[in-house]
Design a protein around this ligand. Sequence first.
Ligand code: ADP
Ligand code: ADP
Ligand code: MG
Length: 668
Amino acid sequence: MINKKKIEKLLIANRGEIACKIIKCAKNLGIPTVAIYSNEDANSLHVQLADEAVNIPGSLISETYMNSSAIINICKKYKANAIHPGYGLLSENAEFVKIVEKNKLIFIGPKSTIIKNMGEKDRAKLIMEKAGIPVIPGYHGENQDKNFLRKKANEIGYPVLIKARSGGGGRGMRVAHNKENFFSALEEASSEAKTNFNDKNILIEKYITKARHIEVQIFSDQHGNVVHFFDRDCTLQRRQQKIIEEAPSPKLSEDIRKFLGDLALNALRSIDYQGAGTIEFIADITGDLNKNKIYFMEMNTRIQVEHPVTEKITSTNLIEWQIKIANGLTLPKSQNEIYLNGWSIEARLYAEDINKNFLPQSGFLHHLKFPKISDHPNCIIDTGSKKGDFISPYYDPMIAKIISHGKNRKEAINHLRNCLFDIEVGGITTNLNLLKKLLRNNHFREGDIYTKFVENNIEQFMDKDIEPQFKALASLIIFNNLTPSQQNYWFNWKPTTYPINITIGHKVTSFFITRTGNKNFEVTFNNQDFYFSSVSLHDSTLKAKSKNKNFEIKFCVIKDKSTGNKIFTIFSDENTFAAVLKNSLTQVSVEQYKFEDSIFAPMHGIIKINNLKIKNRVKKGDVLLKLEAMKMEYSLIAPRDGIIKEIFCKNGEQVTENSKLLNLEKIK
Ligand code: ADP
Ligand code: ADP
Ligand code: MG
């Protein structure tokens, strides 16, 4: 049935960069917009951009951005007759879309029945198999008996991947390497699936040890027309989630490119689809990349995070296409009008700590500086964040997407790398150094990558020891900050050296600074001496000379209100680092926790306590508490055997980073 109704006002059921982009596109099309926002997001960019914005009280996603009834009520009250769900959140929630349909509102996406069929990975595979599309070998039937499943796994051959059928965002997946660890992997996968997706059913797939993730963007209108927008490569991942994506996919012959496009269209024709979608394929690249080892993996019935790389190389605006198609128009272009132009790469800037197994970070974006786009005309930055925003544990920690376009792959990589060098984030740890390193990496530059490339080579991407020269420069920056009127300082007190204790990467080092001339300084630490001349400080840049080399170091300073510590972020190429000047009053208590038997919150998050009581005896490695943040669950484990002495938090409580959660007593 063709939707006769036109979009009069659009509600955006999302937040962050995608909400901002949808609002801008609707504006271009002359459609008024309504934003929704949680309590945490009251000052967000998407709220400022929309024509109207309505608060849904609460912080949790379930009570705000995924609160179906509140969203429908807002549509009615504000006379919005259409909903754009963005990605994540309600975008693939068939139940929600059913309610939207019942209320005769326009959902920007396919019908609820299609979402239901393609949303469950086992069903989707069955449908694709019937349509003659090769699917990853495995078991995707109904029987969930664990002995039966193990028998199936034995038949498939180890290693196998146990996957939540309702999973997404890389969650609910475990590899079973052999018959012996099958049950424990099954248990872990289905319990994660139950917690996250409220559905513990799983499917089993042959685990492809050396794989590339290649996907095809597709579109169809309400009149049966279908097109594809060629391929994207999303092979660079960490924990099954994308970090850098590009289009087109590198090292793909024209033959395979056409093969994938045709497969995607066949898949699309086998279902009654409308709107934007992505068919994700996995290619087994052991040996080589060939057609016989490319399989359908899943379909995402929504716009994807990485859609801008496709927009760049096909000169289209996919969000505008979505809106037009939901309005009943035919596809704006036919297949032969869609052609590739150059290369595009996207990097996702996340608040996460590479050195702590990609642990998501939450906290204030005290300092955030994006370069002027006029300085980087070949790049765009899609973001919903601004300086001063709080990266909350309730939501996805993505800060921005930086997208480049070049005539060829090399150019696109270089444009993106140059743009990343001009981004400054301070106050929160991000993956920016990793992104810069990846774009310089020879394997990446050669297109020689597989899905586990980052994790298997993590050592080389982790923050290395900072070069001593940069530490010495950091100490000069801190010294300057501490003694703003330097002339007086040296004149009145005539000290020989000025000692400062600075914490860099959890290690405290004593620096001794001596002024040896008007603009000359000597810095000594760890028995090494550094001499700097022509030292000057303007705004947030320190200039100095050492051994005929000129240094120009940018930095920012933040005072952490809770500890009184001063955090200096030193921006230096791929080794941006934080140098912390601890507040002398809190130094002791902060240092203490390494030695004391306490558990501290590694990040802001929500506590989950299950049956833990004072006087409980615990063993080293026992899971004592869980911390839920950014929709992931972290286990906090006992550092040694002991007895629970005190518990400082409650189930469901929100705790801040570094707050003490419990004390453990030695067993006497
Ligand atoms: P893709 O869209 O390429 O499949 P992901 O699977 O990473 O990439 O994207 C979907 C994920 O995006 C969701 O599972 C969710 O964690 C996250 N997400 C949802 N809403 C937002 C948002 N507004 N900003 C950033 N990330 C979000
Ligand atoms: P999600 O819904 O979480 O995106 P996918 O099925 O798309 O789940 O898989 C996410 C990622 O997990 C893929 O991009 C790939 O890196 C990895 N993966 C999925 N299935 C397999 C498999 N059978 N073998 C190896 N890796 C896989
Ligand atoms: Mg996927």
